[in-house]
Design a binder for this molecule. Structure first.
Ligand code: FES
Length: 322
């Protein structure tokens, strides 16, 4: 069960490589689009083999009447990025009107924007909107190599000296503690990157004594600490075993197997899809931002939409069902 989404028809208007492994797709969308803030998402129907699935992408700046997304080709793609990279100009798409769960406050005296890898997508839109309002902004963007930094040229033109790039391949990294220390009082930080970056940022932020409410973040769901492997789960009281392929989530596998799951965000944020883990052979790779660090350490539940078990799997209880 998922919130009702407002679907629209669209067509691919243009395609552009914005980094070595990132393709920006701009869609012409039928009908007027409602106003939406930077950081908003659209859901896009993708074909994966014989199946249809829905993938969520952050909207990046685009001409009026259009929606654009930037898609990283992921080697462990669950099929979504492969499908998006196969699209050509003029191809039809089904997508939803934008919705936002990563909102700018618009009220801070200073904004520190931090991005890791493909996490630049909401941050780019935020930077553009904030610069348009004359806000005090600094953007620090880290990636494994300069060629993997999406929208680098646009960001340099937009931000000039307010942009700091950190190329990991030459030993440069985002100095979280230094950035937080330099952020003037009352400033807010918006971060999008892998879960390891978020966890380090939370710790450094709390260390400065700043309220956690001023650190706002989003992570991408494919940013686990461990590689994706196939695993199987036995479901308590259902006499059913479900295998999860490396290219699908536990939630998708459960739904495909006919298990009536409750879920919403599919990004590890709302916690609705959480299942109990009763037994496991290996580790849980927690990839959500819903459970606290203490809850994750207990290792007795996991968010099925993003988190995974390592090879071997275990037994889960989907909880609220008979
Ligand atoms: S559906 Fe929201 S955390 Fe999984």
């Amino acid at each position: 069960m998922r919130n009702r989404l407002e679907w629209r028809n669209g067509r691919v208007a243009s395609l552009r490589h914005v980094a070595d492994d990132v393709l920006c797709l701009t869609f012409a969308v039928e009908g007027a689009l409602p106003r939406f803030d930077p950081g908003s998402h659209t859901n896009i129907r993708v074909d994966i083999g014989e199946r249809h699935a829905v993938r969520t992408y952050t909207i990046v700046p685009a001409p009026k009447g259009h929606l654009a997304v930037a898609v990283k080709l992921h080697p462990q793609s669950r099929g979504g990025s492969r499908h998006m990279w196969s699209l050509r100009e003029g191809d039809p798409v089904r997508l939803t009107v934008p919705e936002n769960r990563f909102e700018l406050s618009w009220r801070a005296p200073h904004y520190l924007l931090l991005a890791g890898g493909i996490g630049i997508t909401p941050i780019y839109g935020m930077a553009k909107a904030l610069m348009g309002r004359g806000a005090s902004v600094r953007l620090v963007y880290g990636a494994r190599a300069t060629g993997l930094m999406a929208f680098r040229q646009e960001l340099q033109e937009l931000l000039g000296e307010r942009l700091v790039l950190r190329d990991n391949s030459v030993g440069e990294h985002v100095d979280l503690a230094g950035e937080f220390a330099a952020l003037p009082p009352g400033g807010e930080c918006y971060l999008c990157g892998p879960i390891g970056m978020l966890e380090a940022a939370k710790e450094a932020w709390v260390g400065t004594g700043r309220p956690l409410s001023r650190l706002r973040y989003e992570v991408f769901g494919d940013s686990g600490l461990l590689a994706e492997e196939a695993f199987s789960v036995d479901i308590l009281n259902r006499n059913q075993s479900v295998t999860v392929r490396p290219d699908q989530t536990l939630l998708e596998a459960l739904l495909d197997a006919g298990v009536d799951m409750v879920y919403d965000c599919q990004r590890g944020e709302c916690g609705l899809c959480a299942v109990k883990v009763l037994e496991r052979q290996g580790a849980i790779d927690h990839r959500d931002v819903f459970l606290s660090a203490e809850q994750k350490a207990e290792n007795d539940r996991m968010c099925a939409c993003v988190s995974r078990l390592t090879a071997g799997g275990g037994t889960i209880d989907v909880g609220y069902r008979a």
